[in-house]
Design a protein around this ligand. Sequence first.
Ligand code: ATP
Ligand code: MG
Length: 585
Amino acid sequence: MQWTPISKQAGTELAACNMPDYEHARARFTWDAARAALDGLPDGRGLNIAHEAVDRHAAGPRAGRPAIRWIARSGEVRDISYAELRRLTDRFAGALAGLGLARGDRVFALAGRVPELYVAVLGALKAGGVFCPLFSAFGPEPIRSRMTLGSAKVLVTTTALYRRKVEKMRAELPELRHVILIDGDGSLPDTLGFGVLMAAATDDFTIAPTDPEDMALLHFTSGTTGRPKGAIHVHGAVVAHHATARLALDLRPDDMFWCTADPGWVTGTSYGIIGPLSVGATLLVDEAEFDAERWYRTLQDQKVTVWYTAPTAIRMMMKLGIEPIRAFDTASLRFLASVGEPLNPEAVVWGREAFGRPFHDNWWQTETGGIMIANYAAMDIRPGSMGKPLPGIEAAIVEHRDDGSVAVIEEPDREGELALRPGWPSMFRGYLNEEERYAKCFADGWYLSGDLARRDADGYFWFVGRADDVIKSAGHLIGPFEVESALLEHPAVAEAGVIGKPDPVAMEIVKAFVALKPGFEAGEALRRELLGHCRKRLGAAVAPREIDFLDDLPRTRSGKIMRRLLKARELGLPEGDTSTLESGT
Ligand code: ATP
Ligand code: MG
């Protein structure tokens, strides 16, 4: 089945987009001009993410507008204006400076979506520190190893998380000087109270001079393919966060923007904090975890205009069907986007049925720091495609030659590795303490993403799979995404993960793991039906030969299916690094 493109008819709404004409914008775009759209620190003292995200709005007519609208788990709503966010982050920066935080020192956070977390991130950046987020659901070992590798000097967390996960191993973290407890008062030994520090600090802090090339953020990758890497990002990255928030997410200053990503991974920082604030929009933050009905109510009550979420969440909503959405008015939504995993074509189209707007898939990685390839507000969507490269980004499909060099594949529709021409501002500057791993990402002037893709004749990019996950079967190269998408078209299938299982004849056979929607029963009849459906849809060479039913698929905390774990379990091999595995899977 071919998915019909979703055409964007020309009209006043499209003319109002930040990028009404992709080709035109691409031809004119320069990173220098993107940089000129930001302020820079006063008196030429450099560039600082927190200044662009907060202070420049607090100093202007937007000062009283909400920067953050926070919804507590209880449902209580609290607005923090740009002016207030400026004061709070100044105070926290002053408190850190008072504790002796030096330029480049690492400030880690282990906390859920509470206002203090946002104050801590931006305050740390103002103080010249480097911020590193951790998932609050991490166990002690992933916390210890990341803080050790990242030389954490300060940790911002809550009393409960500290007691459960950090207190006992404090002696193993000799570099960790201060633990600041969001809800603490300093009475717990070797800790400081967030409120106490804030009360003792002053409202005015002069942002530390920071060079655009100064390290600002440390982000660990999701660990989908192996041991997570610590990607280094600099203050200059804000130029890309700002430009991509405008061009790829179509964000404007009066938007109510909701990014559902956890602050523990890169999306939660680049687009859960920096991008939207740099544009001057309002950031909606919900403390609670996924709950379909709560989400629909939030979209309605907060009049969300731009919504950035992930395939896992979309598929969870699809599993529950459209009916529950009908009880809510989500007409305020203008733009829906998705990232993190391939978005199957059906989910793109479902967005339009459910919310009146299609989901716009976009592609990027921890390493790229910001969106690189996207479906744009004013551009036709080809469901299943990641879209086209951002203005300012040169992307190509390359093949590896035997001598270690790479060559660009010019002809359309051929699979190869997705590569980007280095030089955009949010590009990572290294993997912390892993120079060799970093060096391996480059060849012949290209950054190699580790993902396989193809580009069609019109310049749309299509995700095939991670290089590690691609299946070689009887002379065919099979991308798991294609098979998973076909499975997801079947009404019984909620989630699918596909691997290559070693086979003496075919080299590998395609094996699928499937989780079902409510109301469907696993069994031989359904297995046969799914096999038949895939054969019809994909042909016998690509369709799975085996299908297993699981209650749930193993996923990273950022919501990605861990195919390597499905494979290790299937083959009875060691599971490898599971530090980012979502518990219970
Ligand atoms: P690790 O590098 O540790 O294995 P990871 O690659 O999952 O983990 P992230 O940087 O969080 O860590 O994820 C980036 C990856 O997610 C991309 O390289 C790609 O494989 C996948 N991805 C992100 N967005 C999309 C998308 N729109 N379509 C397909 N895949 C995507
Ligand atoms: Mg990766």
